[in-house]
Design a protein around this ligand. Sequence first.
Ligand code: NDP
Length: 355
Amino acid sequence: SRAPRTVTVTGAAGNIGYALLFRIAAGGMLGPDTPVRLRLLEIPAALRAAEGTAMELADAAFPLLADVEVTDDPAVAFDGVQHAMLVGARPRTKGMERGDLLEANGGIFGPQGRAINDHAADDVRVVVVGNPANTNALIAAAHAPDVPAERFTALTRLDHNRAVAQLAARAGVAVTDVAGVTIWGNHSATQFPDLTHARVRVDGGWRPALEVVDPAWAAEEFVPRVAKRGAEIIEVRGASSAASAASAAVDHMRDWTLGTDAGADGTGTDAAQPGAGTDAGPRWTSAAVVSDGSYEVPEGLISSFPVTSDGGAAWRIVPGLAPDESLLPGTGGRLAATVAELEAERDAVRGLGLL
Ligand code: NDP
């Protein structure tokens, strides 16, 4: 087997961490031939709980799990890290203003960015899960001047996967028969889940999704359903989504590292569907990455785009996929609005001196 890869998970004792660590240790993220070294970062109050999770990881006797270390020191946690999963964040508590939330998270993601800058491996890839994820990623990147900004990303894959699942259910097809969904903007309720270029496989042939499902449904029901799915899960489950968020984080890091064409990604890139890539058209997924100015998203913002990866260090933004209001009536200002929210968050953290 290959050399072990070093994976750091922050907030390791939390709900998402609990689901995430076992998927990674089982080989679900980096593949069945790649051993992993896990670094679990927690705040001092949660260190003992993280130790308990480490005990369970040992008890699972994963053949690929080379080593587990638990620490509250970012310098130790990020030493030699190649895959950083930043899950731990300060949740918004009752009566907390947005500025307080951003400041609290600046106190977490600034030092973590600095530690990544000083201790990570040259090929480090970072995905931020902890909210507000896009802006937390921006803060971390700003504190890591020696690491290319393209290595800092935020998770919108859960939104993407939710959109794929909703479209498949509506069209009455399998998730592997859905392609071309895009999540734009912020991982928040302003996000824009866009079906303009989506395709659905019906009776063996790929067709534009908006010829299969009603565009009014796509604009009026699908968009808010996906954007507010987190609240719906809390309402039904009695707790926030954790396993699905962990699964999406695994998908994000796997596709980035191994390439979007390498394995099943829930959007139909699955190698188990021979020929799907040709008759379905180009393939992509969604991730929040640093903008190069594409789609009029100001350069430097970390915003969700349609992306592919060939397994290299940076995701690539797919061109030519602008949302089309003529196909999705009433969604015209949606991309601009979610980008405006990202700009407001950036300006707020700048004002707090966190950038
Ligand atoms: P979870 O593990 O459930 O969630 C962690 C973060 O992921 C939250 O910011 C949450 O945002 C975010 N998130 C992003 N997408 C989703 C989604 N779709 N569904 C649910 N959450 C999502 O939180 P816990 O409170 O269980 O655990 C957090 C852990 O982090 C604690 O153990 C705490 O000690 C630790 N922590 C560690 C820090 C560190 O390592 N320095 C710093 C701060 C905390 P949202 O709040 O909006 O739901």
